[in-house]
Write a protein that binds this ligand. Structure first.
Ligand code: ATP
Ligand code: MG
Length: 405
């Protein structure tokens, strides 16, 4: 019954959404990049093809993902996440959100949060996310994220959270016991983000694999504790409350490393801006950052030499932004010096990012456009998310608001 409600709301909202004809002028020629087929660019761990044959409506498999508005979107976010979303939106039903609730787990500037949220949304669209295909919204605009997080918290062993690598690293930097509780419970919110939408697949960079594993364990645990016959006895559908999500890992560009240290990942929160290429960096700044980035003193350039992490990283970035194969790049660059390669890489980056920057300017210049997109996206997401929270509350035995009469 409840499952039918969920499927029903998906169908309803899909048709309502398509009736809006909501592809703005920005989105008609929005994607300048060749869309690679799923099997070519991703290691997809989902069990079958792209439709969920177990669903009565045989819906397309659903993918969810998001980026924190903690600073400027950089090349790692783009190559490791957003660029891949664009390739997914034709094949999967997609929901992409700006995870602003996650952005407050570390001390942050309240004056910056709004702007970073808006910029992040605009960059999703500028990078090719098409709102006639994908739902784009701000996480905090859908209340069910926090509701589900609290419900899941009661089934999450503290030990699971304490052993998360990101918690250990970030809490150490925050001075141990002074770190906010939210840093510890971050993976529960991330689990809620995924499980709310009954996601089949979640595109994640290597850094988020551990959190996705936790989301899977938590889904299984809650299904075992509250699902099945116990849920049925409480008037529910029975069976699983949550779908178990699978990771979707891009074959190339999964982990873009810092420009100043080839062993650390490129990150928004790294103190030095020199360590990353932000998508909105000017041409001159990109050229300057590449000119000054860390290299080595080996002769020639090569992939996959463990002693040359910077070299592998820069060649990988060049490979993706130039659209060439690894073999082509190996051949082209094997005898190059850094002095020859760096301008080549800078030009390829500038050429790749320029159209994104132009579209970003257009999108942010149109008054009200982005707010309308985000509002429609939140409406669509709320329909799906509320159905999941309804199911879990029913299975957990909560007294429903409307059954008093
Ligand atoms: P922060 O430093 O605030 O954690 P971040 O740069 O790690 O920021 P997130 O918002 O945590 O970015 O991650 C958003 C998405 O980008 C995730 O899917 C994550 O896997 C991906 N991502 C982040 N950094 C990289 C990177 N260096 N290479 C590839 N993917 C990345
Ligand atoms: Mg991160």
């Amino acid at each position: 019954m409840a499952h039918a409600t969920l499927s029903h709301s998906v169908i309803l909202s899909s048709s309502r959404f398509s009736r809006l004809g909501y592809a703005s002028k920005f989105l008609r020629n929005t994607n300048p990049f060749p869309v690679r087929l799923t099997g070519e660019s991703f290691r997809c761990c989902c069990s079958s093809a792209t439709t969920d044959e177990t669903s009565p409506s045989a819906r397309r498999k659903r993918v969810v993902s998001g980026v924190q508005p903690t600073g400027s979107i950089h090349l790692g976010n783009y190559l490791g996440a957003i660029k891949n979303w664009v390739a997914l939106q034709d094949t999967y039903e997609t929901l992409f959100f700006i995870v602003d609730l996650h952005a407050i787990t570390l001390p942050y500037d309240t004056k910056e949060l709004r702007k970073a949220t808006r910029d992040t949304a605009a960059l999703y669209l500028a990078c090719g996310v098409d709102v006639s295909k994908a739902s784009v919204f701000v996480q905090s605009h859908v209340r069910a994220h926090v509701d589900l997080m609290w419900l899941l918290s009661s089934s999450t062993p503290i030990g699971w959270l304490q052993k998360m690598t990101q918690f250990k690293e970030k809490s150490r930097k925050e001075g141990g016991e002074n770190a906010a509780v939210a840093l510890l419970t971050y993976p529960v919110l991330m689990s809620a983000d995924i499980l709310l939408y009954q996601a089949d697949c979640v595109p994640v960079g290597e850094d988020q694999k551990q959190h996705l594993e936790l989301a899977r364990d938590l889904a299984q645990r809650v299904n075992n504790i509250y699902g099945g016959r116990k849920w049925k006895k409480l008037g529910g559908r029975g069976g699983s409350i949550f779908k178990i999500p699978e990771p979707l890992i891009p074959q190339a560009g999964a982990r873009v490393m810092s420009l100043t240290d080839g062993l650390s990942k490129m990150s928004k929160s790294a103190p030095s801006d020199q360590s990353r290429i932000n998508l909105l960096d000017s041409k001159d700044l990109i050229a300057d950052k590449i000119k000054r980035c860390k290299t080595d003193s080996f002769a020639g350039l090569e992939f996959d030499n463990a002693e040359r992490p910077e070299c592998n990283n820069l060649l990988s970035v060049y490979q993706i932004v130039s659209g060439k194969t690894k073999e082509e790049v190996s051949e082209e660059c094997k005898d190059m010096s850094w002095g020859t390669f760096k301008p080549l890489l800078a030009d390829a980056l500038i050429e790749h990012l320029s159209p994104i920057q132009v579209r970003y300017q257009e999108i942010t210049a149109e008054t009200g456009y982005l707010d309308k997109v985000l509002s429609e996206g939140a409406d669509r997401a709320t329909e799906i998310a509320d159905a999941t929270v309804h199911n879990l509350k029913q299975a957990m035995g909560f007294y429903p608001r409307n059954s008093a009469s």
